[in-house]
Design a binder for this molecule. Structure first.
Ligand code: FAD
Length: 377
């Protein structure tokens, strides 16, 4: 599997990704190449046009993409197709699965995931976007932020409040999940100028009177938070795999450069001060990969994997970050030049550190759920 994905990625060289990072164009050719070879439906059941494989396989695929040098520009272009529609797979009706899954598996439709809000941040349950039921439709009003691929998406998976927070027992109740058309007559999408991954847009999204048919609600009214929670662990696993791949790409470049670059009459890689950080990066990436595969294995066996998935995402993002930063430092001044690619990796690796959940919140989760310490927030 890894070999097959690598073969496709090899058609998109470093210059291709450098150019996308510069012009900000969506990597459509790359997206198409993976779609045409059938990779986008890797986690979608075979009866709906996919391959029906697990998160373990998807993790290998995503790692191969970032490791090829495509980085997060490549991975984020397809990320939503890979696991984003899991709530539909698990909680959708037969009609919804037939309608929603095949176009995503075939790459005919792009989707975005609209959860984060400006006034809620990591406190998802406090989101303010409202979906009011009026007969056969819900009317949605609100604002989202950081929504990736909303410039190119045809559909969005959106979480909105259908019952006021004052009328529910817990803030996590009363939220509903919809997978619906991103109708630009009622949805304004404003791109956020950002530090890296220019080719895959992230946006402010303003929703004003969007009518969503009841048939586009996934699962029961009011249980949307529960449904997206189910998808959080596999998403953390995929993000971990993406971070490891990018860390490996950086390490490869740094090691090659350390062998070639001669200063003081010898390759810089002959100095322990250059070697040791690279050796540490290798070990930390290997360890993070084991944790990621453990989490994927647990998930695919249907076993609880929250601590492993969170730990994997934390360890992989930190190890990937260290590898990208070390790669820039190993290159000295050249590390700062775009043509050596590692500065792009460093800008991109910050994304898996921050999203979909920050390292601080993962530490809070482990402290509370694994170590039994009092909830701190
Ligand atoms: C490039 C990019 C793409 C993204 N794509 C998407 C997308 O497609 N869809 C989507 O829905 N979202 C997306 N996001 C949003 C992302 O998931 C959020 O940015 C992330 O969850 C953090 O939320 P926030 O930015 O609101 O941080 P905040 O909640 O404002 O937190 C700010 C800081 O405070 C810390 N903090 C907050 N509370 C505590 C506490 N109790 N203890 C310790 N520290 C705390 C946080 O860890 C963080 O460091 C994306 C973000 C980025 C940067």
């Amino acid at each position: 599997m890894r070999g097959a994905v690598e073969k496709i990625c090899a058609r998109f060289n470093d210059d291709y990704w450098l150019k996308r990072d510069d012009d900000g164009e969506f990597p459509e050719e790359f997206y198409r190449a993976l779609a045409d070879a059938g990779w986008l439906g890797i986690c979608i059941p075979e009866s709906y046009g996919g391959s029906g494989l697990g998160v373990g396989e998807a993790a290998i695929m995503m790692q191969a993409i970032t490791a090829s040098g495509a980085g997060l520009s490549g991975a984020s272009a397809v990320h939503m197709n890979i696991f984003g529609l899991n709530p539909v797979v698990v909680y959708g009706t037969e009609d919804q699965k037939r309608r929603m899954l095949p176009p995503v598996a075939a790459g005919r439709e792009k989707a975005c995931f609209a959860v984060t809000e400006p006034n809620a941040g990591l406190e998802t349950a406090k989101l303010q976007t409202r979906a009011e039921r009026r007969g056969d439709v819900y009317v949605v009003n609100g604002a989202k932020i950081w929504i990736s691929t909303a410039q190119v998406a045809d559909k969005m998976l959106i979480l909105a409040r259908t019952r006021p927070i004052e009328q529910v027992r817990k803030p996590t109740e009363g939220l509903s999940l919809f997978y619906t058309a991103l109708d630009r007559r009622f949805v304004e999408v404003r791109e956020i100028a950002k530090m890296g991954r220019k080719a895959v847009d992230s946006n402010q999204v303003f929703i004003d009177g969007l009518e969503v048919p009841v048939e586009d609600r996934i699962g029961e009214d009011g249980r949307g938070f529960e449904y997206i929670l189910h998808g959080f662990n596999p998403e953390r696993i995929l993000v971990a795999a993406e971070a490891i791949g990018l860390g490996r790409a950086a390490l490869l470049r740094a090691t090659a450069y350390a062998k070639e670059r001669v200063v003081f009459g010898r390759p810089i890689g002959q100095n322990q001060a250059i070697q040791h950080p690279l050796a540490e990066c290798w070990m930390e990436l290997e360890a993070a990969e084991l944790m990621t595969l453990k989490a994927a294995w647990l998930y695919d066996r249907g076993e609880p994997c929250g601590p492993a998935a969170n730990a994997a995402k934390y360890l992989a993002a930190e190890a990937g970050f260290k590898a990208c930063q070390t790669a820039v430092m190993t290159h000295g001044g050249y590390g700062y030049a775009k043509e050596y690619h590692v500065e792009r990796y460093l800008r991109e690796i910050l994304i898996p550190r921050i999203a979909p959940v920050t390292p601080q919140l993962i530490l809070c989760f482990i402290a509370e759920k694994v170590l039994g310490l009092p909830k701190s927030y």
